[in-house]
Design a protein around this ligand. Structure first.
Ligand SMILES: [Cu+2]
Length: 488
């Protein structure tokens, strides 16, 4: 297997070329034990239905060595618990808004009906109110995440701390050989960045229309994080949960990171890399092999050149290394045909548009029948200055797609699995093979959260021809949102 030692994207378009870029600073605090999100406990289980309750709430979190930081979280003061779904089961969720403003619960990566269950801007919950939703989970093993999606305050609410890891397990494609003891050899790495103002976060002060950046890296809400490795094989579920910052993950010793999964589940084959770049909302599951390291050894994971997580080798309590199959997952990628959907992402700052338009909650921009494969051509026209411009991460709700090509060439080696977010370089056309399995109204947008909030977003109706629906879509954007369901 070829070892990949470089990032793939157009270096000229990296975020650090932007005039407003804030470099990460090396953490000056003492090291803190990496926070591992707890696993969300079910309220009850009845037959094939599991009941969960998720509160969005305010709180105080001890992040720095001194004063507590005012933060938001799910069922806690910051971020949220791991929410586990098993494919084939039915879920009933009670979503409670204990915040002082409207929010929504968006299941990024879950293929469930939209727009209510999916939790985009059409599914607001007023402060002090709650909403009950139900859905079936039917999809492969994968790492997804939960975050708010109210229009137009997604970026600010994520900044304040709302985000939680989600894991889907499907017995049909799961690989039981992989490490799966949560918090021991299966751990999340939720990467974010914030600036501290006298220990507090101040979104308005740091706001940047091209994507808000902070100067301090956090992993799972931990600054200067340290984790003790107690088994030779470590599975890291990496999520770039930052509003704007690109994560260029590498290590001080160029340890081999074996990527086994992307956003939508396992890759057809593992890819060995020493550097991985994830744009906003992208995920990668990677394995690190510590069997050649002795107790007391350490590896420092870095974002660009700044340490974000020290992996300290402890006493191995169990040998969890298992042979993986050569083919992790069978994925049929051969597909010929012309694109029947076009997405042109253009602009920066307040000029950002999709197909020349700003988001309108009452407008359906595109339609596709469920169950059919169709080709999308997604482009980024920020290439007026050759070798410059900015990358837009393109995300679709309600589906996991395949990347067919980049400017007519093969996708990057770690893009052969299913994805829901793909980074598009300036001047690039990325062809996607898209199929919806569930009907509804779904967003597609740039996942730089400030671009999304500015209106770099559109919506598609995934149509079930046997059960056509009529939509009376309301404009709930930045209004006193009625807690209504618009389904007629
Ligand atoms: Cu963008």
């Amino acid at each position: 297997m070829e070892l990949i030692k470089n990032y793939f994207f157009d270096e000229g378009a990296y975020d650090y070329h932007d005039g407003a870029y804030k470099h990460l600073i090396r953490p000056k605090t003492k090291t803190h034990k990496l926070i591992i999100p707890k696993v969300l406990k079910a309220d009850k289980i009845e037959g094939n239905t599991t009941y969960y309750t998720i509160h969005a709430q305010e709180g105080e979190t001890n992040i720095l060595d001194g004063k507590a930081t005012h933060t938001w979280g799910y069922n806690g003061s910051l971020l949220g618990p791991l929410i586990r779904y098993q494919s084939g089961r039915h879920y009933h969720l009670t979503l409670v808004n204990d915040l002082p403003e409207v929010t929504t619960w968006h299941w990024h990566g879950l293929n469930i009906p939209g727009p209510i269950e999916d939790g985009g801007p059409h599914a607001p919950v007023l402060p002090g109110k709650s909403r009950e939703i139900e859905f079936d989970v039917n999809q492969p093993t994968m790492t997804a995440w939960l975050h708010p999606h109210p229009c137009p305050h997604t970026a600010e609410q994520v900044w304040k701390g709302l985000a939680a890891p989600v894991a889907v397990v499907n017995p049909l494609d799961d690989l039981p050989q992989l490490p799966h003891t949560w918090g021991v050899d299966d751990i999340p790495l939720i990467f974010q960045d914030r600036t501290f103002h006298d220990s507090q976060w101040d979104y308005q002060a740091d706001y940047d229309m091209d994507g808000t950046l902070g100067d301090t890296a956090l992993v799972n809400g931990t600054v200067n994080a340290e984790f003790t490795v107690t088994r030779p094989c470590l599975r890291l579920r990496v999520l770039n949960g930052a509003n704007r910052r690109e994560l260029r993950l590498n290590s001080d010793q160029n340890i081999v990171m074996t990527q086994i999964a992307s956003d939508g589940g396992f890759l057809p084959h593992a890819v060995e890399m020493t550097k991985i770049m994830l744009t906003n909302a992208e995920r990668a599951e990677i394995l690190l092999d510590f069997s050649d390291y002795k107790k007391g050894g350490r590896i420092v994971l870095k974002a660009d050149d700044v340490p974000i997580l020290t992996l300290k080798v402890g006493e191995f309590t169990e040998d969890n290394r298992r042979q993986l199959p050569k083919t992790l997952k069978q994925i049929e990628r051969d597909f010929t045909g012309s694109p029947s959907h076009q997405v042109i992402m253009e602009g920066m700052d307040d000029s950002v548009r999709i197909n020349g338009k700003l988001y309108d909650m009452t407008r359906i921009d595109d339609r596709q029948e469920i169950g059919k494969n169709e080709i999308w051509d997604v482009s980024n026209t920020n290439d007026s200055m050759p070798g410059m411009g900015m990358i837009h991460p393109f995300h679709m709700h309600g589906t996991e797609f395949l990347v067919l090509s980049r400017n007519g060439k093969k996708p990057y080696p770690n893009e052969f699995g299913f994805k829901d977010t793909v980074a598009v370089n300036p001047g690039e056309h990325v062809k996607l093979l898209v199929k919806f399995n569930v009907p509804g109204i779904f967003m597609y947008h740039c996942h730089i959260l400030e671009h999304e909030d500015t209106g770099m977003m559109a919506q598609i109706e995934a149509v079930d021809p046997n059960n056509p629906q009529h939509w009376n879509l309301k404009d709930l954007c930045d209004k006193n949102m009625p807690d209504s369901n618009m389904r007629m």
